[in-house]
Write a protein that binds this ligand. Structure first.
Ligand SMILES: [Fe+2]
Ligand SMILES: [Fe+2]
Length: 618
């Protein structure tokens, strides 16, 4: 590999080590803060250096790929497999960028085996990116699924030239691509079932097998059955054709029965994951009703053990409750008799997460908790806001720091505004209704803090973009990052305790005059609490442009520069009522101090449960 490639990879490894940990918790506060600042500075240095390496090393190579020699191309491929190899992921975004360039080259050269190979790998990379988009409705992420699927579909189309293509490797890519068309989300299970069935037919065809005896056919077939069986762990669609049911049952039998028999032979419980998937299939195929499925699920849940931090243990403690909640979310009439059970389940989860040793969190725990964040049913016991705060604090500390800073900044700005104009936020009906001035003031300030704390909570759904990228984003990644406003609005608006923060999540990147920004779904003049959304938008922008995380967008400013730019954007990006205040140097300073103190307090909170608790939210 080239020296720039080696250095880039070494930086990525160092970045992962730095960003996965905070300084030792037992350090006294000042030393802890200094340690964290030092880590942050190192992270920023690494990211800057990586951007430089790509600009001086990789991008010129990609620009002249057609004239690159065989050795250079081989080095590029080796480098890309270090970034992602189908299992371990260091930088999938960059992997896709390189494979896209290699695909264009193969097309230019009309090199068919190379095209098929590159299509397959680009599809794999895109699938890895798609699998990071947790909890979205299909229409929000469909374009990414389609982009991924197109790669596999095009590669699989070469099946009609199977006889002409002599080498086994390329034949293997075609068949793998064929199987992978059914990855990702679909509008309905039937659509997926049809594709998987089609693949099974090809894979079981003796003719194809005979022509490429070197391929691992049994494994291909088993994995495809697994894909079929896993297609309906949860689905909104309950009605399936008799043929769909028969197909799924056959695969389920092949995949799970084997595991159950094995467990029986060893006198062990079958893995909960298989047991649940099997029960879910029985339910969807109409063997029994939802009540029975839920009690079977309860049986599995009761087998969970608080001290078991293995992947299976985490599955039972967190992922199963997420599925359980999802059924209840869809059929709320089933909630009342299960309310107490559900509360006890959620409390058990919070205790489990608190007690989980930090080293054991391998991403799996966080992934399961994110699933639960989308299906959480709030019944009045464990508050959803509390649950989200715990998630941010424990698994996305940098995001929590930013959110708390924005919350404190928003609170400070609101305090100033209220001094001159106590009715400023009366556009929000629930604030206008408060008669007592002191109470109203308190409510506005709490509201400002909550809006700040939760405005970016949707980033949990695309967190890898923020926590695992050690360079500037590519265009597609910036686009994906924008989904966080939709995800945030969805999470917050669906539960009573967080509903009122949803407009801040949706609208904080929209422009005041509506001329730019995102998403289109936010219309300022239709928003009943637009004054507060305006506050969060301004404070968020000041905080994020002047903190190092902005490096992904490539536009880091000093705080003074950020204030100046905000004032210049008066009436276009930001509310003139707010920028008028920012013109006052004293106000700008006060705001900065509030944000810094917010960051500092949040950082100390990350040291663990022994520290002061997160601010209580109404
Ligand atoms: Fe944001
Ligand atoms: Fe933000």
């Amino acid at each position: 590999m080239q020296p720039y490639q080696e250095e880039y990879l070494a930086n990525l490894r160092q970045f992962a080590a730095l960003s996965s940990g905070l300084p030792p918790e037992e350090l006294p506060p000042e030393a802890f803060l200094a340690g964290a600042a030092q880590r942050q500075a190192q992270v920023t240095r690494l990211v800057r250096r990586n951007i430089e390496l790509l600009r001086s090393g990789l991008f010129p190579t990609l620009d002249h790929l057609f004239s690159a020699g065989a050795e250079e191309l081989e080095e590029l491929r080796t480098f890309s497999f270090q970034l992602y190899d189908g299992r371990t992921e260091l930088d999938v975004g960059l992997f896709c960028h390189i494979r896209q360039a290699l695909l264009s080259l193969a097309r230019q050269k009309r090199d068919r085996p190379a095209m098929i190979r590159e299509l397959y790998w680009l599809g794999m990379g895109r699938n890895a990116l798609c699998s990071k988009l947790v909890g979205f409705e299909l229409p929000d992420v469909e374009r990414y699924m389609t982009r991924m699927r197109l790669c596999f579909t095009e590669a699989a189309a070469y099946l009609k030239y199977y006889d002409e293509i002599e080498d086994t490797e390329t034949r293997g890519y075609i068949l793998r691509a064929k199987a992978n068309i059914s990855l990702g989300q679909f509008k309905s299970p039937s659509e997926k079932i049809r594709l998987v069935k089609d693949t099974l037919q090809v894979l079981q065809d003796r003719d194809y097998q005979k022509k490429a005896p070197g391929l691992p056919w049994d494994r291909f077939i088993y994995l495809t059955h697994q894909n079929m069986a896993s297609s309906i762990s949860y689905s909104k669609e309950k009605v399936m054709t008799a043929q769909d049911m028969a197909d799924i049952m056959e695969s389920a039998y092949i995949v799970y029965q084997r595991r159950f028999q094995e467990a029986e032979r060893l006198h062990k419980q079958p893995p909960a994951k298989s047991a649940f998937a099997y029960h879910a299939i029985e339910y969807y195929c109409g063997l029994y009703g939802l009540d029975t499925l839920l009690s079977k699920l309860e049986g599995l849940l009761d087998g969970g053990s608080a001290g078991d931090y293995s992947t299976d243990g985490m599955y039972v403690m967190i992922s199963l409750p997420a599925f359980y909640s999802q059924y209840l979310q869809q059929y709320p009439e089933l909630i009342p008799p299960r309310r107490e059970y559900l509360e006890q389940l959620y409390r058990r989860i919070l205790d489990y997460v608190d007690a989980c040793p930090r080293q054991a969190e391998d991403g799996q725990l966080f992934l399961y908790l994110r699933q639960l964040s989308f299906t959480f049913v709030e019944t009045g016991g464990v508050s959803y806001g509390e649950f989200l705060q715990k998630l941010l604090l424990r698994f996305a500390p940098e995001l929590y720091l930013h959110s708390r800073a924005v919350g404190e900044g928003a609170r400070a700005l609101c305090r100033l505004i209220l001094e001159d104009d106590p009715g400023f936020f009366d556009d929000a009906g629930f604030l206008q209704a408060i008669q007592d001035p002191a109470e109203k003031r308190r409510e506005v300030l709490d509201y400002a803090l909550g809006c700040g704390l939760f405005h970016d909570v949707g980033k949990l759904s695309v967190i890898e973009l923020y926590s695992r990228t050690a360079r500037q984003w590519f265009r597609e990644e910036s686009e994906m990052a924008r989904l966080h406003v939709i995800a945030g609005e969805t999470l917050l608006s669906q539960r009573p305790s967080t509903r009122r923060y949803a407009p801040a999540a949706l609208g904080h990147h929209a422009w005041y005059d509506g001329s730019r920004g995102y998403p289109d779904a936010y219309r300022r003049l239709e928003c009943p609490c637009r004054q507060m959304v305006d506050v969060v938008a301004l404070v968020d922008w000041l905080e994020s442009t002047s903190s190092s995380t902005q490096i992904y967008n490539g536009e880091a400013l000093t705080y003074e520069e950020a204030v100046q730019s905000a004032v210049q954007l008066e009436g276009r990006r930001f509310s003139p009522l707010l920028t008028a205040r920012l013109r006052d140097a004293g106000t700008a300073r006060l705001l900065r101090r509030a944000m810094e103190e917010g960051r500092r307090a949040a950082l100390l909170q990350t040291r663990g449960p022994a520290d002061p608790p997160a601010p209580a939210l109404p």
